[in-house]
Design a protein around this ligand. Structure first.
Ligand code: KMH
Ligand code: ZN
Length: 271
């Protein structure tokens, strides 16, 4: 089995300091959280930028500052979000891709997102994929429902996305695919051979799905964007604490954890 790639989703667009007092918000805090997560075993950081007051922003200059501050500390793979917050426009959402990060997230379908709608029309998806291709950015395909896999494969047919695809199964968002074991088996069995996948379990689905991914040969995403707790009713101290637990479990299962350089190879990046 390949080594395990751990992604740390450090901040997200929805979590607040009221919910998680240790949420990193400023570029300095996000860069420090990325560095701590990397030391704990993360090879990718999925990043959402925030304004100083904590509001989510897709401002390219804020992402630039975060990207540069992280790069000064370590070689972790920087993966900005193109999902942003549900109320961001298409034009705002794509901004960080113009910084030519190694990776960026790309959701390939619309779904309910709690009381809101996370909008990804065919036009959004194709525009985002085209701009990522032009800028040499590897998309991580965010899957919230089974049909989104097929939408990603349509991009391959249209020449907008290269194989092998790296998928991220985001499971347990209220209104989208649940985070049951059978759902993960279903998604993992629904992607083409040679593709890679990671799982981002939301809330209490995070740890059980991560453990499944470790033994199934998938990869794992953990962090405050997806889950703010360490255990029931106990807030996590940091993103790094959540990463360290996954690294520990994986090693106990006999699966070593990938460095960023190893993750780049596993994900066929830069070839
Ligand atoms: N904040 C969600 C509405 C992504 O980063 O690509 C979308 C999201 C997906 O987080
Ligand atoms: Zn995100």
């Amino acid at each position: 089995m390949e080594k395990l790639i751990i992604t740390a989703c450090l901040t997200g667009a929805e979590v607040t300091r009221e919910i998680q007092p240790n949420l990193p918000i400023t570029p300095d805090e996000i860069a420090e959280a990325a560095y701590e997560a990397w030391k704990a075993g993360a090879s990718i950081v999925h990043v959402h930028a925030r304004k100083a007051d904590g509001t989510p922003t897709q401002d390219m200059e804020v992402y630039r500052e975060i990207k540069e501050k992280i790069a000064r500390k370590c070689d972790v793979i920087f993966q900005p979000s193109t999902g942003g917050a549900v109320w961001h426009s298409k034009e705002e959402r794509i901004q960080p891709v113009y910084l030519k990060p190694e990776m960026a997230s790309l959701s390939t379908g619309t779904c309910n997102f709690g009381p809101d709608v996370f909008m990804n029309t065919e036009e959004y998806i194709e525009t985002f994929a085209g701009i990522m291709k032009e800028n040499g950015v590897k998309p991580e395909i965010e899957i919230f429902e089974r049909g989104m896999i097929d939408n990603a494969l349509k991009l391959v047919k249209k020449g907008l996305l290269a194989m092998p695809i790296h998928f991220d199964f985001v499971m347990g968002v209220p209104g989208a695919i649940p985070g049951e074991a059978r759902d993960l088996v279903y998604l993992a069995n629904s992607i083409p051979a040679g593709c890679t996948w990671t799982v981002a379990g939301i809330g209490r689905a995070e740890l059980p799905l991560a453990v499944m991914a470790i033994v199934m040969g998938g990869h794992v995403r953990v962090g405050f964007e997806d889950n703010v707790f360490y255990s029931k009713g106990v807030l996590a101290e940091s993103n790094a604490q959540l990463v360290a637990r996954i690294a520990r479990i994986s090693k106990e299962c006999g699966r070593e954890v990938a460095t960023p350089a190893e993750a780049r190879k596993i994900l066929s990046m830069g070839q």
